[in-house]
Design a protein around this ligand. Structure first.
Ligand SMILES: Cc1ncc(COP(=O)(O)O)c(C=O)c1O
Length: 391
């Protein structure tokens, strides 16, 4: 079978082997503790489900019109951005997409020509480099110092810029590290980027999950120039425990949003109609469900981080957002005789029955990612096993 070169060259996720094995072991009845999940373990709140049921019963089952997003959903996005991020967008600056992933995917296709460079800070969300390559772009990786929790300093960002730089991706709070840029750090990056003719893709999918009093700022709020050069992406998935509903959005310059709408009209035709109506409810109704889930994640995250950093040789940035810990476990590699995070995760799964995601998938092979979107008991059970495994 001859497949396209594009797909043949696509790198398959290194995480798949471990997660497939964990699923196999679970199916065979093995008691595996899984820290692999990239999704909240809560149900979608009842009032959001109810809004979808009512929309379905009211006949909202036809093609979404327009394909770029229902007026009610786009207005709800604008209102929520004004309320939560102090960002003012009009509905024609917003496109509703089938998840945040789709928003990023279309943004790269709308903006990149072959050879255009995209600066991607490490550690990165697994999909960015492959999406950039699929769109013909060239990923350029940059990493900050460990003492800065890997956040980019202005100097490091400046040294990654070239005449071919077309985009910069900022994902704060970060998947996989849980690290968050402070408003001053966002402003310092904007100071440099505003001199350049490029677009910033600001992936703010975890922006409502902040801990420890952490403050952050939307990149687009860093100033007029930042606003004009930014595509702000977000999603229903993590904030409202709606991963299966496939809803996200991008907001930014009208030309980019229109280009993405053109792509969407020739691909998915837009996000499901009744899903969009439920998303409008999620964004505009009382937000206490978000506060409840956030508080629970904060409790679990602090506990997981305390337990991880109590293990000798393990170093880990404190998660101030999202729901992941990203410890450096490489001190144990020599003793275990493993060459990197994939082998480490495989051994941890086989011998300790704990599933984690190898850091190699996020561009940092000394680390593994643990999700704390799982109950406290599982966290303790898994951490007991990891501590014994590393002893
Ligand atoms: C940083 C980041 N961006 C985007 C996404 C995409 O999420 P979704 O397509 O479910 O909205 C994810 C999901 O894990 C993520 O972690």
């Amino acid at each position: 079978m001859r497949l396209s070169r594009r797909v043949t060259e696509l790198v398959e996720s290194a995480t798949l082997a471990v997660s497939a094995k964990a699923a196999r072991m679970k199916a065979e009845g093995v008691d595996v503790v899984s820290f692999g999940a990239g999704e909240p373990d809560f149900d979608t709140p009842a009032h959001i489900r109810q809004a979808a049921i009512e929309a379905l019963n009211a006949g909202q089952t036809r093609y979404p019109s327009p394909a770029s997003g229902l007026a009610v959903a786009r207005k709800a996005v604008c209102d929520s951005l004004a309320r939560d991020a102090k960002l003012h967008y009009s509905p024609e600056q917003v496109i509703i997409t089938s998840g945040g992933k789709d928003a990023a995917y279309m943004a790269f296709h709308a903006l990149l020509d072959p050879g255009d460079e995209v600066i991607i800070p490490k550690p990165y969300w697994v999909s960015y480099p492959e999406m950039v390559r699929l769109a013909g772009g060239v990923p350029v990786f940059a990493v900050g110092p460990e003492k800065n929790d890997y956040k980019l300093t202005p100097e490091i960002l400046r040294s990654a810029l070239t005449p071919r730089t077309r985009m910069f991706i900022l994902n704060t709070p970060s998947n996989p590290s849980g690290v968050t840029y402070h408003p001053e750090e966002v402003r310092a990056l904007a100071q440099i980027l505003q001199e350049r003719d490029l677009i910033v893709l600001s992936d703010e999918i975890y922006d409502r999950l902040l801990y420890d009093g952490q403050k952050t700022m939307s990149y687009a709020a860093a100033g007029e120039r930042a606003y004009a050069q930014t595509l702000t992406c977000n999603s229903a998935s993590k904030t409202y425990a709606m991963t299966g509903w496939r809803l996200g959005y991008a907001a930014g310059p009208v030309e980019i949003v229109k280009a993405m709408a053109k792509l969407q009209s020739q691909s998915t035709s837009g996000a499901a109609t009744f899903s969009q109506i439920a998303y409008a409810t999620a964004l505009s109704a009382d937000q206490s469900c978000v506060a409840t889930m956030r508080a629970e994640f904060e409790r679990r995250g602090a506990h997981m981080w305390r337990r991880l950093t109590a293990i000798s040789g393990v170093r880990c940035p404190k998660p101030t957002g999202a729901f992941y810990c990203f410890p450096n476990v490489s001190a144990a590699y020599a003793k275990l005789g493993v060459r990197g995070s994939i082998e480490f995760a495989a051994r941890l799964l086989e011998e300790a029955r704990v599933a984690v995601v190898p850091g190699e998938a996020f561009g940092m092979d000394e680390h593994v990612r643990l999700s704390f979107a799982t109950g406290m008991q599982q966290i303790d059970k898994g951490l007991d096993r990891i501590a014994t495994f590393l002893r």
